[in-house]
Design a protein around this ligand. Structure first.
Ligand SMILES: Cc1ncc(COP(=O)(O)O)c(C=O)c1O
Length: 497
């Protein structure tokens, strides 16, 4: 009974008793095996999500478990589904990253929305490639991309966007479109000619812009030295006057300014750049206006934050991650483009074996980005958005933004904490300031010291030249009591550092 079956389903699975190992199972038997194991998996999923809040937020993987996880050899013969689930229960589920827990405040990692979790196996069961074609996946992707654009008030012509692995890939797509548009405007084709012998193209970001912007610039052959850091104001927002000056200087120097990338929600402090003023500068110089709203674009749904987002609808492109604030299970990003033709001009390449006479005017998604085989990201996004509804998404954004404001107020009232930036979205940047300590060294050491205690999870950064703590709120179940726990955990961790 040790031989794997053709389907990978073993005869010794529950529900298959009496099936000979050397016979391929009928589909009925496969369904029965999957049904039994699937119900068990559903129990594990529900049990995991249900028990999260009462377990440590995070704990290091112990050495023996690490040896098991990382040291396994590929089994010679296939193993039954039940054994795989048992292994997952014992060795995988107990060691999460922590982002499902209501006291996880690290980086920008949300808990998974249960509706998104629910449909993941359906996407795997269908297992399409959403490169294009006439099946549910690509059609549903058009719907959720439209929903995302409408949700944040971004213009959406048909075909104006696609789902990606995350915002890093969305940024590559948007900056590729910008680069090709600039080249075509100057009478050449970057895809045909490459970049050599041309005036260097210049990208404008701030120190607070996400590292994916520079990575994209490097990947696109622009060179990190041609990524300008525009100064920020006291609230870590891009200074539009400085941007204007820098573009003019680069033009005088014979360079080719091609794109400004603003942030709608920086990862350090949640700052939103002055989008309207940046749009004015971009329009004045005819350069592409990109907005990184990977984390923060949804912040526009909070009534008191909405004015900060004025001008978002003037961008040429917007990166927005459903796998962040929305809680769509990882990974799902989205690139939204005002002119769908710009992405197509940067990527479309249809060899004879991919020609689809029935594709219609918009063609295939694979023509708008570098991925050919594309997973069914739309299903979990659709499920999450439908389950929450517009009102539920707004409530989530307002609840989590409110927590950041409350933490900021608590920090400002506490004699041993200092707020480092105004709160615009759901991130608060601050630091612990007990007397007679080296504050940079202390705040640099604090995140890990807090994490290993297991009661809260926070990460650090450098902001305005100082080591800082930052808490990002994305979990619908986080309460104000959790904020008290966080500050107390920081104090306790600091005492033993
Ligand atoms: C503001 C911002 N931009 C871009 C990214 C990159 O997104 P991804 O990790 O989905 O590629 C992140 C990730 O945290 C982010 O917070």
């Amino acid at each position: 009974m040790d031989e794997p079956r053709t389907s990978g389903v073993r005869a010794d699975e529950p529900g298959t008793a009496g099936v000979r190992a050397d016979e391929p199972p009928t589909s009925g038997m496969r369904a029965e095996v999957l049904r039994t194991a699937g119900m068990r998996a559903a129990g594990l999923v529900a049990g995991h999500l249900d028990g999260l809040a009462s377990r440590p937020v995070w704990r290091p993987v112990p050495d023996d478990e690490l040896a098991w996880i990382a040291g396994q050899e590929l089994p010679e013969t296939g193993r039954p589904l039940g054994a795989l689930l048992e292994d997952a229960r014992e060795h995988i589920l107990p060691y999460p990253m922590g982002n499902g827990h209501p006291r996880f405040f690290g980086w920008v990692n949300s808990p998974p929305n249960p509706a998104g979790v629910l449909v993941e196996p359906l996407a795997a069961a269908l297992n399409p490639s959403c490169a294009g074609g006439d099946h549910a996946g690509p059609h549903l992707e058009r719907t959720v991309v439209r929903w995302l654009a409408e949700l944040v008030g971004f213009p959406h012509p048909p075909g104006g966007g696609l789902l990606t692995s995350g915002a890093s890939m969305a940024t590559v797509i948007c900056l590729s479109a910008a680069r090709q548009r600039a080249a075509l405007a100057d009478g050449w084709d970057v895809r045909r000619d490459g970049l050599s012998g041309r005036a260097p193209m210049v990208l404008y970001v701030t120190e607070e812009g996400h590292s994916c912007l520079r990575k994209a610039a490097e990947l696109l052959g622009l060179g990190a030295r041609n990524v300008r850091k525009v100064p920020v104001d006291g609230a870590y927002r891009m200074d539009p006057a400085a941007l204007r000056r820098m573009i003019a200087e680069d033009l005088d120097a014979g360079l080719r300014p091609f794109c400004v990338a603003a942030s709608a929600g920086t990862v350090n402090s949640g700052a939103v750049d002055p989008l309207g003023e940046i749009a004015d500068v971009a329009a004045a110089y005819g350069i592409w206006f990109h907005v990184d709203g990977a984390y923060g674009a949804l912040g526009v749904l909070a009534d008191d934050a909405a004015p900060h987002y004025r001008g978002l609808d003037r961008a040429d492109s917007l990166a927005l991650d459903p796998h962040k604030w929305l809680g769509v299970p990882v990974g799902c990003g989205c690139a939204l483009l005002r002119d769908p033709g710009a992405a197509r001009a940067a990527f479309s390449l249809v060899p004879s074996y991919l020609v689809d006479e029935n594709a219609g005017e918009l063609g295939w998604f694979a023509e708008y980005g570098p991925e050919q085989t594309r997973p069914f990201r739309a299903l979990k996004t659709w499920a999450t958005m439908s389950h929450l509804g517009r009102a539920g998404i707004k409530r989530l954004v307002e609840h989590t933004s409110g927590l950041a404001r409350t933490l900021a107020a608590m920090v400002e009232q506490a004699p041993d904490f200092e707020l480092l930036a105004p709160v615009t979205t759901s991130i608060a940047a601050f630091r612990h300031t007990p007397r007679d300590r080296d504050l940079d060294a202390l705040n640099r050491a604090l995140p890990y010291a807090v994490q290993v205690r297991g009661n809260a999870f926070i990460t650090g950064t450098r902001l305005g030249g100082r080591d800082a703590l930052r808490a990002c709120f994305l979990h619908p179940d986080t309460t104000e009591a959790d904020l008290e726990v966080l500050l107390e955990e920081i104090r306790l961790a600091a005492k033993v550092l």
